[in-house]
Design a protein around this ligand. Structure first.
Ligand SMILES: [Zn+2]
Length: 308
């Protein structure tokens, strides 16, 4: 049998079954982690045995998002109308479970007026309702809201937990297995694994490291790249360099890793990491992509010669 989120050490350590509260906030810097754990907790609240792993009717309805006592809000912007829809349901009795569960994912997207409206329902709890919110940005929530929520901080999952979460994501057709060993956040991993351009990005990065031998090569190689996903580009770049440093052949072609290692010393690769990080930050602030990459390759070459 597959392990479930309930078997992850991160979830077990939360001890959520003790003293049920009427409102929760799952928070950490990782959006996907917050949401996966919060949704699983919601599932256990509605489940007939409260395990969330028993395939009972309630669990099936939860997975299909058709459970009558479940409301999930997940939008780029949550407005007063959306909160009103929740408030209209608060005073009705649960239909099939013993509680009604309201999940608001990425609660930083609730605008201020809507937060004030939500606050009123949090101030007057009703034992048949449970609120579960998630966020990566607690500073975007009103202090008055924060003070009403039972705050659950999530530490970053270990390797085993990541494997279990990967199984869970596979059910949603998201395959993160090949990326499981990486140091990225789950959010980054998922973005990469569902990105059809991912393999293309990897090919382009190998091309950069392989084909640029002197500064004179930089403009032509850099300009020959076509990159659609410019943010993930630097995340991948850093990961490839890390794999080279660690002689790790799990994610990328062994020949490619060895080829880069024959060209660059480990020391030069290590010194490249902060340079890539810096390029990533510049990319986030919308500096011209080719300009940043030109600069980055120039600096990496410089390290290559200095660290010979
Ligand atoms: Zn169940």
């Amino acid at each position: 049998m597959f392990e479930s989120i309930a078997d992850t050490s991160i979830y077990k350590n939360l001890n959520l079954n003790k003293n049920l509260s009427h409102s929760y906030l799952f928070y950490s810097s990782d959006k996907e982690l917050n949401n996966i754990l919060a949704l699983f907790f919601a599932k256990t609240l509605l489940c007939e045995t409260h395990l969330g792993t028993d395939q009972c009717n309630s669990c099936k309805q939860f997975d299909a998002r058709t459970h009558p006592d479940l409301t999930i809000l997940k939008q780029d912007s949550i407005k007063v109308e959306d909160i009103s829809k929740i408030i209209n349901k608060l005073n009705t009795l649960p239909i099939s479970a013993d509680k009604k569960v309201f999940v608001i994912l990425n609660a930083e997207t609730i605008n201020e007026i809507a937060q004030n409206k939500l606050l009123k329902s949090l101030e007057e709890p009703n034992s048949s309702n449970v609120f579960i919110l998630t966020t990566t940005k607690t500073d975007k929530l009103l202090k008055t809201i924060l003070s009403r929520l039972n705050k659950i901080y999530l530490p970053y999952p270990n390797f085993n937990d990541k494997k279990i979460i990967a199984e869970e994501l596979k059910k949603q057709n998201i395959n993160i297995e090949k990326l499981i060993n990486s140091d990225f956040s789950l959010t980054d991993i998922i973005n990469l694994s569902i990105d059809p351009n991912y393999q293309k990005i990897i090919d382009e990065i190998f091309k950069l490291l392989r084909d640029i031998n002197t500064t004179a090569d930089i403009p032509s190689v850099v300009n020959s790249l076509s990159i659609n996903d410019k943010n993930n580009f630097y995340i991948c770049f850093q990961d490839i360099v890390l794999s080279c440093i660690k002689d790790d052949y799990k994610k990328y072609d062994r020949n490619l890793i060895e080829r880069i290692n024959s060209k660059y010393s480990k020391k030069a690769l290590l010194k490249s990491l902060p340079l890539i990080e810096d390029a990533y930050k510049k990319q986030m602030s919308n500096v011209n992509f080719y300009y940043i990459l030109d600069n980055l390759m120039f600096n990496i070459l410089k390290e290559k010669f200095l660290c010979k």
